[in-house]
Design a binder for this molecule. Structure first.
Ligand code: NDP
Length: 278
């Protein structure tokens, strides 16, 4: 028998760590599968999904810029994907239908809370950016009952719209970067794509509360501009998104295979590889 086939679709996809992560999960849990990365432009997304599932593929992860499209083409969706209106995991059901899930939010939460030991209850949280990633993380973060959650975005209207959309779940506000002066936060999450182009969102110097922490959802082989900013501000916890990436992958693996892999050895393996790469 052939191993079951899985893939990550994205555009671009060259630097994806997902094939490596899922290979480590498969080895650890003794599952027989192959997982490959595909460069899929948005125009070709739906036909490529049909082709992959039509030729024996079992599951697909979707990344930038395909998550909203994946939400649209799924035949049914998990509650958390429905809320996010974005899908990062597709699974072929036995009846041939396509199920959509979003594991980004739970992935971030596991990393912040379980791996990094952060307490979000009563915390003042600032999220930079109001794109697909922010849509995925808002509900799980609000479920932790922070004292305050502010979304700051370059395009102010997008942040304001998100705040209204998720307002039933907790105290969430939307604004632009200029309005942040004079406010302080215990946790700042960078969910903008700025790091990918070597940029830093414009932040007031004293915005991180003493003892506060920083987290960049982006990750790279080198420290991102926001990780360097966090170091300068003496953030107590100062991490990038590699742990979130592994945690969201573990949740997708659980959906597909019915087994939850241990994430810590995989995060450690990726961090060790990164240290030798620098
Ligand atoms: P989107 O393209 O959906 O959203 C991009 C967001 O970044 C928008 O809010 C946009 O603002 C803002 N932005 C882009 N460039 C800049 C800039 N130069 N300065 C300030 N703001 C900027 O992307 P996603 O939400 O899908 O992804 C965001 C980040 O999160 C990426 O770096 C991605 O790699 C990372 N990510 C990591 C994951 C992980 O597992 N670690 C999972 C998912 C995402 P505007 O609305 O004004 O255009």
């Amino acid at each position: 028998t052939h191993p079951d086939r899985y893939a990550v679709f994205g555009h671009p996809i060259k630097h994806s760590q997902s094939p490596r992560i899922h290979a480590l999960f498969a080895a650890q849990t003794g599952q027989d599968l192959v997982y490959t990365a595909w460069d899929v432009a948005p125009e070709r997304f739906e036909s490529q999904v049909r082709e992959f599932f039509g030729s024996g593929g079992r599951g697909i992860n979707c990344t930038v810029p395909l998550k909203e499209l994946a939400w649209r083409i799924a035949d049914s969706r998990s509650e958390r994907a429905e809320r996010a209106r974005a899908v990062n995991t597709l699974a072929l059901r036995d009846d041939g239908s396509v199920f959509g899930d979003n594991t980004d939010g739970i992935g971030l939460l596991r990393d912040l809370r379980d791996n990094l030991g952060l307490h979000l209850v009563n915390a003042k949280i600032l999220i930079l950016g109001a794109g697909g990633a922010t849509r995925g993380i808002l509900a799980p973060l609000l479920a932790e009952q922070p004292a305050r959650l502010v979304i700051a975005n370059r395009t102010v209207a997008t942040a304001e719209t998100l705040a209204v959309e998720f307002g039933d779940l907790g105290p969430v506000e939307g604004c632009g970067f200029a309005t942040l002066a004079g406010h302080r936060f215990d946790l700042i999450l960078n969910a903008t794509a700025a790091s990918l182009s070597g940029e830093l969102p414009p932040l007031p110097a004293d915005i991180l509360a003493p003892g506060g922490s920083c987290y960049d959802l982006a990750y790279a082989s080198e420290p991102t501009p926001f990780v360097r900013w966090g170091r300068e501000k003496h953030a107590v916890v100062n991490a990038d998104g590699i742990g979130m990436l592994v945690e969201q992958a573990a949740e997708a693996f659980l959906l597909w295979r019915g087994v939850r892999p241990a994430t810590r050895p995989v995060i450690e393996a990726l961090e060790a590889e990164r240290r030798t790469a620098i």
